[in-house]
Design a protein around this ligand. Structure first.
Ligand SMILES: Cc1cc2nc3c(=O)[nH]c(=O)nc-3n(C[C@H](O)[C@H](O)[C@H](O)COP(=O)(O)OP(=O)(O)OC[C@H]3O[C@@H](n4cnc5c(N)ncnc54)[C@H](O)[C@@H]3O)c2cc1C
Length: 394
């Protein structure tokens, strides 16, 4: 088999990149380890920055997002029994975010890819990239009992944190930066109306909580839990009780409870690898970086990498600008480190790091009090939350 860009992974990075390239006439094949249904069953992110919304429009997958997505122009921070609204649009000259689930973005991209007849090979085993430093890289994998070789010009490693792409780069060429937090998020999805029209990020002595949503009838709630917590130990009743304890009374009183449709625990970590390219392999999205979800940046960072690689590939194929290839990693990393900083800062400010009230907890309160009472502080939060501008290639 032969294509121009071989894409490993059919998560949001791979599907969005594939769709954008396809619309520019750049041929690509996606090779995915799991089945399409499995990919769609993963419940993950839900807050899209303006830049990602614009990119989805460019990819031609905006119809359902516009019909069903919820534009948000603010969110709330809760601490010390106070509720402070961050008016995103007022502080950023009109920018907003869009609440539309990662699952729905993925579903729309899959449908668009099928409509244009582009190839995605699901349930491909043992995907291996080869000859990355040559002008003729290729993938090998097993599909439907056959061993297949896929020749290409470039490889996009969109295969997430546990994928094969990063691992196929020689260790001595990479530097990894990592911070692991001493807690995780227990997430619960339920078909109940959200407790508020806007997201609520709540700091509390019992631990952080987040009230989020996927639609007007579907809620997504999170609780900070210790790393060794087991999801089986959390009945729906226990989850709702604990969430109520961590919210102000007026919010807790309005909370509509009901049976969960999904519960899972995700550990929190920050991770970046440098550089994000090796020869003709480019790392995209979670394959190169992870953020704790507190700043709603994981999926959005994947989209900004896609934006950079997509524009680079268009320059390469339409203008012969192969000189720009070397700039991919540095261009992405500039924005990634700023999103890493915001996610780390929000995590550090809002989570409970100790059972006792200590110096750190007083610093957190002072910081929250300061940033929410200062126009400059609120603007800092707002402009990072709606997403910093995409970095140009040149
Ligand atoms: C549990 C969880 C909750 C999250 N919650 C949030 C949130 O609330 N907010 C937020 O902003 N972000 C969140 N994120 C992060 C966000 O979901 C990711 O940043 C986003 O999915 C990145 O997309 P991606 O396409 O780069 O990687 P992925 O979505 O991981 O997709 C990678 C794809 O590659 C495939 N693959 C892996 N290995 C191979 C291989 N060897 N061969 C072929 N295919 C392979 C995988 O099956 C997968 O389909 C969450 C992540 C997780 C894990």
């Amino acid at each position: 088999m032969k294509t121009q860009v071989a894409i490993i992974g059919a998560g949001p990075s791979g599907l969005l990149l594939g769709q954008l390239l396809q619309r520019q006439g750049i041929d690509n094949i996606i090779v995915e380890r799991r089945s399409g249904d499995y990919v769609l069953s993963r419940i993950r992110a839900g807050v899209l920055e303006q830049g990602m919304v614009d990119l989805l429009r460019e990819a031609g997958v905006d119809q359902r997002m516009d019909e069903e997505g919820l534009p948000h122009d603010g969110f709330e921070l809760v601490f010390d029994n106070r509720r402070v609204r961050v008016p995103l649009d007022k502080l950023t000259g009109g920018s907003k975010v869009m609440v539309y689930g990662q699952t729905e973005v993925t579903r729309d991209l899959m449908a668009a890819r099928e409509a244009v007849g582009a190839t995605t090979l699901y349930e491909a085993d043992n995907v291996q990239p080869h000859s990355l430093e040559s002008e003729h890289p290729y993938l090998t994998f097993e599909h439907n009992g056959e061993t297949i070789r896929l020749d290409c010009d470039y490889i996009a490693g969109c295969d997430g944190y546990h994928g094969v792409s990063r691992q196929s780069i020689p260790q001595d060429r990479l530097k990894e930066f990592e911070k692991v937090y001493p807690f995780g998020w227990l997430g619960m999805l339920s078909d109940t109306p959200p407790v508020s029209d806007e997201l609520i990020y709540a700091s509390h002595e019992r631990g952080f909580s987040l009230c989020s949503m996927r639609s007007a009838t579907r809620s997504r709630y999170y609780l900070q839990v210790p790393l060794d917590e087991k999801v089986e130990d959390w009945s729906d009743e226990r989850f709702w009780d604990e969430l109520k304890r961590r919210l102000p009374d007026d919010v807790a009183d309005k909370l509509v409870t009901g049976p969960s449709i999904e519960k899972s625990i995700a550990p929190l970590r920050s991770f970046v690898v440098e550089p994000m390219q090796h020869g003709r392999l480019f790392l995209v999205g979670d394959a190169a970086h992870i953020v704790p979800p507190t700043g709603a940046k994981g999926l959005n960072l994947a989209a900004s990498d896609v934006n950079t690689l997509y524009r680079l590939m268009v320059k390469v194929y339409q203008e012969g600008r192969t000189d720009l290839i070397e700039r991919y990693s540095a261009t992405c990393l500039k924005r990634i480190w700023k999103a890493e900083r915001f996610s780390w800062w929000m995590t550090s400010m809002l989570h409970n790091f100790s059972e006792e009230e200590d110096f750190n907890s007083r610093m957190q309160l002072a910081e929250l009090d300061y940033v929410t009472s200062s126009q400059a502080g609120l603007t800092t939060i707002a402009e990072n939350y709606v997403g910093l501008p995409y970095e140009p290639l040149e």
